[in-house]
Design a protein around this ligand. Structure first.
Ligand code: PLP
Length: 448
């Protein structure tokens, strides 16, 4: 006798039952269907650089593969916390690029930045613990928090998609059980980048809160600083060591080093080096926490893939610093050009209701599509129509909100990590659908 779908449902854990289906599922399914039918798709939904991993990484990895000793090393399990050489390379990277001093004992190599975040939550979240995050934010944060029994709490953002120190202070006062504050700058999905001063103000709120908590004997508030897009910044005023080709945005520790004992940094090679497929990330933080995150990783997945760690070593190795800088300079220039092209085609076109106020980082543009979305019943419906009718894949803005009902404007997330040609033809198709949805006028109406 076989089991029914309901029988299998009954087997599932509460945690997995609560997991929402991937928010981008409908768009991904429609994209796949079109591709299978050999129909054109312009993909603005991807979260990865279009270019392959830089050539210097390929050459360096190939040399390692032909080195007998390294070949033997990459054939075996890596230590759970990662290869010592890679942990050392991360230490050097943090010192050179971010001006932050740590030792290899503060570094945990993970299966992508995603596992670094999951490890941090698995090691610390108890049922009912609250985690503060910008609204909108990366889709995985709230789901990961919920999976571990925590509660995501939205920090309302301003028109520039950033939350303020005042909002943080007020939200903390209402949520005394907050265990983590997530800061993702530059942000997925908005591209917003905090300045050094804004981060210093946030740090002060966290330090004040922790002074109070210490006096009351309460658990400390921790900061998860997701720095994965740190090299993709297009405003010199927001860069540390702005003249350096490998310059990065500030993070909260760089804005106020006193916050270091309360912070876990998350990063990886996926976005910076177009190495999403290698699955190498890292967490850097207080040794006591890093050790516990490592214990959890040892239980779940063991050390990250050794050959991928070698590839990450090739990317980050101090020996390849010149090529790395060249790569970052070229990458920044290319993305800035594409961001400006999106601005030209959307913001500077008076004949579209869509708008886009450029943000300073990452490779995402939140396109304000309020007029169209209101007409078709929301951003999910609009994203479905874009892919089904025009072959343009975008992610619905609503998917990035803990509180989608409270947003005043409505968005589609457009990833400009694609060719200029695709940007031109994809936006032309978006405007085509706009003329069908809003035949009686599609000029710039409301301003965000
Ligand atoms: N953090 C943010 C904000 C991201 O957008 C992503 C990937 O999309 C990650 C972390 C995880 O990156 P990975 O696991 O590929 O290293």
């Amino acid at each position: 006798m076989s089991l029914t779908a309901q029988d299998y449902e009954a087997i599932l854990s509460e945690a997995i039952r609560q997991l929402r289906a991937s928010p981008t599922f409908a768009v991904v399914a429609a994209t796949t269907k079109r591709r299978e039918a050999k129909q054109e798709v312009i993909d603005f939904s991807v979260g990865q650089p279009a270019e392959p991993t830089p050539e210097y990484v390929r050459k360096s990895l190939a040399a390692m593969i032909h080195d007998d000793k390294k070949w033997a090393q990459m054939s075996k399990y890596s230590p759970v916390s990662g290869l010592k050489e890679l942990r050392d390379a991360v230490v050097e990277k943090l010192y050179d690029e971010n001006g932050i001093a740590v030792t290899f004992k503060n570094v945990l190599i993970t299966n992508g930045g995603k596992q670094a975040i999951a490890n941090a939550f698995a090691a610390t979240i108890n049922p009912g613990d609250e985690v503060l995050m910008a609204d909108p934010q990366w889709v995985s944060y709230p789901d990961m928090v919920k999976f571990h029994g925590g509660i995501p709490v939205a920090l309302r953002t301003r028109d520039d998609f950033k939350f303020t120190a005042e909002t943080l202070r007020a939200t903390l006062a209402e949520h005394p059980k907050t265990k983590w504050l997530i800061i993702n700058s530059p942000s997925n999905p908005t591209g917003a980048v905090f300045s050094k001063d804004e981060l210093a103000a946030l740090a002060q709120v966290v330090l004040d809160e922790n002074d109070k908590r210490k006096q009351d004997g309460r658990t400390a508030l921790m900061v998860l600083s997701d720095d994965i897009y740190e090299h993709m910044v297009y405003d010199k005023n927001l860069l540390y060591k702005a003249q350096d080709d490998a310059a990065v945005s500030y993070n909260i520790i760089m804005a106020n080093p006193q916050i270091k004992p309360y912070t876990v940094m998350v990063n990886g090679v996926a976005k910076a080096f177009g190495m999403t497929g290698y699955r190498i990330g890292y967490a850097v933080g207080p040794e006591e926490l890093i050790n516990k995150m490592s214990d959890y990783q040892g239980l779940e997945t063991s050390g990250a893939s050794a050959i991928s760690q070698m590839a990450a070593l090739a990317a980050l190795s101090p020996e390849n610093v010149a090529q790395r800088k060249q790569h970052f300079a070229a990458q920044r220039k290319a993305y800035l050009k594409r961001r400006d092209l999106v601005e030209e085609l959307i913001e500077k076109d008076p004949n579209t209701s869509m708008s886009f106020k450029p943000t300073a980082g990452a490779f995402y543009a939140m396109i304000d599509v309020t007029d169209m979305a209101n007409n078709v019943g929301g951003t999910k419906k609009l994203a479905e129509r874009m892919i089904n009718e025009k072959g343009v894949a975008l992610v619905a803005g609503d998917d990035f909100y803990v509180e989608p009902d409270k947003q005043e404007r409505k968005y589609l997330r457009l990833s400009y990590a694609t060719s200029e040609e695709n940007i031109r033809s994809g936006i032309a198709l978006m405007k085509e659908l706009e003329r069908e949805i809003l035949p009686d006028g599609h000029s710039k109406g409301l301003v965000r």
